[in-house]
Ligand binder design. Structure first.
Ligand code: GLY
Ligand code: MN
Ligand code: MN
Length: 467
């Protein structure tokens, strides 16, 4: 039979798990996929595989388990073929076809789960499982109890339990060329969706300057663009925030009407072949920034440039945040958002966390199969050091992790101005965030989401050219 090279990444990942077990003295790793989730009555939420499971198998059906043994032997448990259920719910791979299609050594139907697990756990020195999986420990305890009951037959039960989560997280943190290619495509589709939304708004306000464009209509443009390019759908709930709604960080697209003169903040990205993208753009509804909007927008854009410059191998993941905060805090003082007489200079504004009145979130996170992807943010090999905490105090913890090529991060500074005494009124209700996805490269980082413009003049040009 011809070898299917598309299975190679999955084979290689399973082999790395086996090597980890081997190096730790042997054992068995058990990884279930995600459960199906009931929405109500007999309707389920759309099914989404478990990220770890899919990373190791490429298999997207519910009701599946992977077992990896230290000698490299791999076993899949999956739903059996079922002519009746396949009429209602669609194709099932089934255990007979699974070994050749997925490259595992053997496969069993799901109704043999308990028997297969009890059989495989017997005689193993250790079990590795993703500990954060709800319910898995209880299921494993049941299997282990049954293995322990076989002691008189000379069958030993595993004595050590290990968390497989950190092993998988460390592997997933470094994306291979195939993963980066997929993330590049996901980001390109999402960038196209942001451009589509900008053009859509420009056209609507050109037709009717007094129009009100509901957030849900803009969201529909994004979804259309995601699906027409083959993405599964949004990687997270799309934020489409008209005007003041942009100051609600996790606002979901609702029914508010976007009006001329307001900003529209869109934080939306598609999931493609199991990989997320995460892009935010903020643009003027009618294609022209007001002077106040433009002042703040340019500060956020400059903060993002500083954070991008700080995103390179050897820099710490947190350096991008420090770089962004420095530019944002200076901008807050220059515009009078922060009162110099009360707050002091930029160092004082940072030291006291005064800047958090207008910038209260981090500047980036790992992104990959999950939009907030797995991976340690702290440097495992370094001793704890005293450092600033979030509230203007001090904390002792490990330093932020150093960036390395193959990691993918978001870079997403923002400014959010709620009406308040002492805050210049011209900035009230302006919320701005700019977010891109960056692959750390040997020489710095590559932004893979720049198919949608960031520069204010470029956004205005795009919107004025919109058909
Ligand atoms: N869209 C979620 C985030 O930006 O982290
Ligand atoms: Mn993000
Ligand atoms: Mn986002």
């Amino acid at each position: 039979m011809q070898r299917d090279s598309s299975l190679d990444p999955f084979r290689a990942r399973r082999a790395r798990i086996a090597a980890t077990l081997q190096a730790a003295g042997g054992g068995i790793a058990i990884v279930p996929t995600a459960p199906e989730r009931q929405r109500n009555a007999d309707s389920d939420h759309p099914y989404r595989h478990g990220s770890d499971f899919h990373y190791l198998t490429g298999f997207g059906e519910p009701g599946a388990w992977l077992v990896v043994e230290a000698d490299g032997h791999t076993t899949l448990l999956c739903r059996p073929k079922d002519a009746e259920r396949e009429i209602w719910d669609g194709f099932r791979l089934g255990p007979d076809a699974a070994p050749s299609v997925l490259g595992v050594n053997e496969a069993f139907p799901l109704d043999r789960l308990d028997e297969v697990m009890v059989g495989k756990l017997g005689g193993q020195p250790a079990v590795w499982q993703p500990a954060a999986t709800p319910g898995l420990q209880a299921q494993l305890d049941g299997w282990l109890e049954r293995v322990r009951a076989k002691a008189r037959q000379g069958i030993e039960a595993p004595r050590t339990l290990h968390d497989l989560g950190p092993v998988l997280a460390e592997m997933r943190l470094f994306k291979d060329a195939g993963e980066i290619a997929t993330m590049r495509r996901a980001a390109a589709i999402s960038a196209g969706a942001h451009v589509r939304a900008m053009r859509f708004c420009a056209a609507r306000f050109r037709q009717d300057a007094n129009a009100g464009v509901p957030e849900y209509e803009i969201e529909a443009e994004l979804l259309h663009e995601f699906r027409r390019h083959g993405a599964e759908g949004p990687a997270y709930g799309s934020i489409v925030a008209a005007g003041a709604n942009a100051c609600v960080l996790h606002y979901a697209a609702g029914r508010t009407e976007l009006k001329a003169g307001e900003l529209c903040l869109i934080d939306a990205g598609c999931e493609l072949d199991g990989y997320a993208s995460d892009i935010t753009r903020t643009f003027p509804a009618d294609g022209r920034f007001t002077p106040a909007q433009r002042e703040l927008y340019d500060i956020v854009a400059a903060a993002q440039r500083a954070a991008i410059d700080a995103t390179r191998p050897g820099a710490r993941q947190r350096d991008a945040h420090a770089a962004a905060v420095s530019v944002l805090a200076q901008g807050m003082l220059d515009t009078g958002l922060l009162d110099r007489a009360k707050v002091g200079d930029v160092d004082a504004a940072i030291e006291s966390s005064a800047y958090r009145a207008f910038y209260m979130h981090g500047t980036g996170h790992w992104i990959g199969r999950d939009v907030h992807d797995v991976g340690d943010y702290l440097s495992a090999g370094e001793a704890p050091v005293e450092q600033p905490d979030w509230q203007g105090g001090r904390v002792v913890k490990k330093p932020s992790r150093k960036l390395e090529p193959g990691m993918v991060v978001t870079i997403e500074p923002g400014l959010y101005v709620r009406p308040a005494e002492g805050v210049p009124e011209r900035y009230w209700n302006i919320g701005i965030r700019i977010e891109d996805d960056a692959v750390v490269t040997a020489g710095g980082c590559e932004l893979i989401s720049r198919g949608a413009p960031v520069d204010a003049a470029e956004i205005e040009a795009l919107m004025s050219d919109a058909p």
